[in-house]
Design a binder for this molecule. Structure first.
Ligand code: ATP
Length: 321
């Protein structure tokens, strides 16, 4: 089947660089003689028929903007067969021949359902701050999220040091400790709590008390939201050590802001490859970057990756304490 028109949507949590991805896909498609429709609010917009045509100008001046002009959503309805059928009907109605999905592992699973069950030609692009997809060294948004979190943590470090306090800082990561590990290492934190590893309060408190006796005046612990909530960690430490412990939840600031160069460039390169795959009629694939070369793998394989640096990072954090 000759592809005439493609659709693009962003799905799951938004990440800085998604706009650069949209721009790249739109402009590369137009340059290749393909029309492009944008779907607003991810899979939910596909169900609700929120579709807008995109042209060269629609994506002007967005390469440096955070968020996503197409908006994004987590759609429970799309998890049902009825929702999926409505989504497919919208694609048919607008004569969209192929779909590019920019998102994380959940979005990839949704794309795989469209591909396998409804024979929709799909391509996945890795848009998530969690960097937890297989087949790609980096995902679009992860570089910016780490830098943004580091900027905030540097400010907390100043006050932690001046006030001689223990600080617990919660960063994003429901199932992935990627951001927590990166920022713990980059910010020089003393400890990190991640979903991938069991955590021992006795050991942590022992370390803090011992450090305190040796004149260590501040202690920073980074926790991933999915592993432990900062207020709980702080109150447990206070109770167990008798030392004053403060907490900060960084929250959504980590998703916002201008994408750094790495995220823009990655998004742009991957967008171009996504369009190339569409032109070749090679579907059900995810694009990624592997040792600086573009990598293409089957969608189901891309859905999950264990961070291979976990033990190295944990060891380093301990060593540098
Ligand atoms: P992030 O990494 O930022 O959390 P994500 O893509 O993993 O992004 P999810 O909320 O897990 O975010 O998934 C996005 C959407 O994909 C879901 O709201 C749902 O509509 C769809 N989706 C997820 N898993 C499935 C599945 N197994 N079948 C069909 N659709 C799914």
């Amino acid at each position: 089947m000759a592809i005439k028109k493609i659709g693009i949507l962003t799905s799951g949590g938004d990440g800085p660089g998604m706009n650069a991805a949209i721009r790249s896909v739109v402009r590369c498609s137009l340059s290749n003689g393909l029309e492009v429709d944008g779907i607003i609010r991810g899979y939910q917009g596909l169900i609700d028929d929120e579709v807008v045509p995109l042209n060269h100008r629609s994506v002007s001046n967005i390469i440096n903007r955070g968020g996503t002009i197409l908006k994004t959503a987590r759609s429970k309805e799309f998890m049902t067969e009825e929702g999926q059928k409505r989504a497919v009907a919208t694609l048919k109605k607008h004569a969209i021949d192929a779909l590019v999905v920019v998102g994380g592992d959940g979005s990839y699973r949704g794309a795989q359902v469209l591909f396998e069950k409804y024979h929709v030609p799909v391509i996945g692009m890795p848009g998530t701050i969690d960097n937890d997809l297989f087949g790609t060294d980096q995902t679009i948004g992860c570089h910016t999220a780490v830098n943004t979190a580091l900027e905030s943590i540097d400010k907390i470090r100043d006050t932690a040091h001046s006030m001689e306090r223990i600080f617990v800082i919660e960063v994003m990561g429901r199932n992935s400790g990627y951001i927590a590990l990166e920022v713990a290492l980059g910010a020089g934190a003393e400890d990190v709590i991640i979903p991938e590893r069991k955590f021992n309060y006795d050991q942590l408190c022992q370390n803090i008390v011992q450090g305190n006796k040796m004149g260590k005046i501040s202690w920073m612990i980074v926790t991933a939201e999915g592993a432990a909530k900062a207020p709980d960690v702080a109150s447990t430490i206070s109770k167990m050590t008798g030392l004053e412990t403060r907490f900060v939840v960084l929250g959504h600031v980590q998703r916002g802001g201008t994408p750094v160069g790495d995220d823009r460039i990655l998004a742009t390169r991957l967008g171009a490859r996504a369009v190339k795959l569409i032109k070749q009629g090679d579907f059900g694939k995810a694009v990624g970057i592997w040792e600086d070369e573009i990598n293409v793998i089957d969608l189901p394989k891309a859905c999950k990756r264990e961070n291979k640096n976990v033990d190295e990072y944990l060891e380093l954090i301990k060593l540098l304490r």
